[in-house]
Ligand binder design. Structure first.
Ligand SMILES: Cc1cc2nc3c(=O)[nH]c(=O)nc-3n(C[C@H](O)[C@H](O)[C@H](O)COP(=O)(O)OP(=O)(O)OC[C@H]3O[C@@H](n4cnc5c(N)ncnc54)[C@H](O)[C@@H]3O)c2cc1C
Length: 421
């Protein structure tokens, strides 16, 4: 029988940790406070819209190796779809211009020499502006590292980075931004294909993982909130307290804690964690996308920032949306529908059935001072590891970061010599 490991939280960090632990022979017990798994990355059937919607529009890049490996491990690699060739479609709501940027697949960026593939009105030299990011220094912002203006910045980099970082990119940590850019834009077009979950986030990232875990004998406990961790004087966790249960940890047993940072901080004494968060808004419209609408379109000069087309509905993302949180949902839906209708050529009235989903803590703010607050995987206690998109992954709050942190926590725990756990 393998060592027992309790994974706390069944978001993507927790699921990735659980899958990795089970693959390596551990006996997994997965505890999730909510009634369902997936955390910030899940789907549900919405009766108003009459369709299944996601908790937020999620995009992966083909350079997100850990996320793709996780999907292969749970047998769900076929759940993602995206263009065969890398392509970013954009529309400017003010000028009504549409354009696409088409990076060539290889590492050498031949596309910047092709006016039909690069940003309209840009020159090859404009793309060199990204290079200083490769030498990003801790504590610096993007604006202190690269030039944040010009046509390539405004029409490609800023909209792309806003959706990855969920803050104004100029103010973001150059190091975290570099973490993303190094593995995507600077890794060549083959790493830049955008991928979305064809039947929703839960069908791709959550349900297959739960099935695999259950099949392998893991115990999955939903509605199971960890209230307290019991620490022994011998530098290890000795127990876990839930509302209706106290679990004593046997020698060799371990814990991977993947709750959001404000909860982890209450559970783990003396731990630093990010303490600034950013908001994202998702607005869904129950309308069939007209033929030819790309799966993903970046929108400039409006409130809506990214438009995603699914079977049966259109969904819009507004990043760094704290400024809109007090606005009435109806007014927001109307404002955003006007933009969407213009871009996809649909009538303004009647507005289709809609739903605004605000996520006030969509992720920690990837600012330089927050980078310093991210803890590593290990803690002072040999059998307690941390994971989550907010831990020190080098990446902003993304699925790739969450999955990588979960896998690392699982490996670190199992590589720890038995007598130290
Ligand atoms: C609207 C939106 C859009 C996004 N878009 C993208 C995107 O396009 N691309 C991308 O890569 N990323 C995107 N992200 C980020 C991505 O969703 C997150 O980085 C990722 O889901 C975080 O996973 P996690 O496991 O670290 O945290 P979470 O998903 O927050 O999981 C933590 C889990 O712990 C549980 N929990 C909390 N307290 C307890 C307790 N005491 N006991 C037991 N369980 C507990 C919670 O219920 C939750 O299920 C987006 C996020 C949002 C909100």
């Amino acid at each position: 029988m393998g060592r027992r490991v309790h994974v706390i939280g069944a978001g993507l960090a927790g699921l990735a940790a659980a899958v990795q632990l089970q693959r390596r022979g551990a006996q997994v017990v997965l505890h999730e406070a909510a009634a369902q798994a997936g955390g910030r990355c899940r789907s549900w059937y919405d009766h108003t819209l009459g369709t299944t919607i996601d908790s937020g529009n999620h995009v992966l890049f083909s350079g997100n190796h850990a996320a793709l490996a996780y999907l292969r491990a749970i047998g769900a690699a076929d759940q993602l779809e995206g263009p065969a060739q890398p392509e970013f479609a954009f529309a400017d709501l003010k000028t009504r211009a549409h354009w696409s940027v088409r990076p060539t697949p290889g590492r050498l960026p031949w596309w910047i020499f092709d006016p039909a593939a690069r940003v309209p009105n840009s020159n090859p030299g404009d793309y060199l502006s990204l290079v200083p990011l490769l030498f990003a220094r801790p504590g610096r912002t993007v604006a202190q590292t690269v030039q944040c203006d010009g046509v390539v910045w405004e029409r490609l980099l800023r909209p792309l980075l806003r959706t990855v970082l969920n803050v104004e990119p100029r103010e973001a940590s150059a190091e975290m931004t570099a973490g993303f850019v190094r593995e995507t834009l600077l890794a060549g077009g083959a790493a830049c294909r955008t991928l979305t979950a064809r039947h929703g986030l839960s069908s791709a990232f959550v349900d297959p993982a739960l099935r695999l875990l259950q099949h392998g004998g893991a115990a999955i406990r939903l509605d199971s909130r960890l209230d307290d961790i019991v620490f022994s004087e011998r530098g290890r966790v000795s127990g876990l307290r839930f509302a209706d249960e106290h679990i004593e940890l046997e020698p060799g047993a371990g814990v991977v804690l993947t709750t959001p940072p404000h909860i982890a901080q209450k559970l783990v004494p003396g731990m630093q964690a990010p303490n600034r968060f950013t908001t994202r808004l998702t607005v869904h419209f129950a309308v069939e996308p007209p033929f030819g609408v790309p799966p993903l379109t970046g929108l400039l000069n409006g409130t809506a920032e990214w438009l995603m087309a699914f079977d049966g509905h259109l969904s819009v993302t507004v990043n760094d949306a704290g400024r809109l949180i007090e606005q009435s949902h109806e007014a927001l839906a109307e404002q955003i529908w006007a933009e969407v209708a213009q871009v996809v050529n649909l009538p303004l009235a009647p507005m289709p059935a809609w739903l605004v989903v605000p996520e006030v803590q969509a992720g920690f703010a990837p600012l330089p001072d927050q980078e310093m607050r991210r803890p590593g995987t290990r803690t002072r206690w040999n059998n307690l590891m941390l994971a989550g998109d907010w831990t020190a992954t080098g990446l902003p709050a993304t699925l790739e970061g969450a999955i990588r942190s979960g896998q690392k926590a699982a490996d670190t725990l199992l590589n720890e010599p038995m007598e130290r756990r």
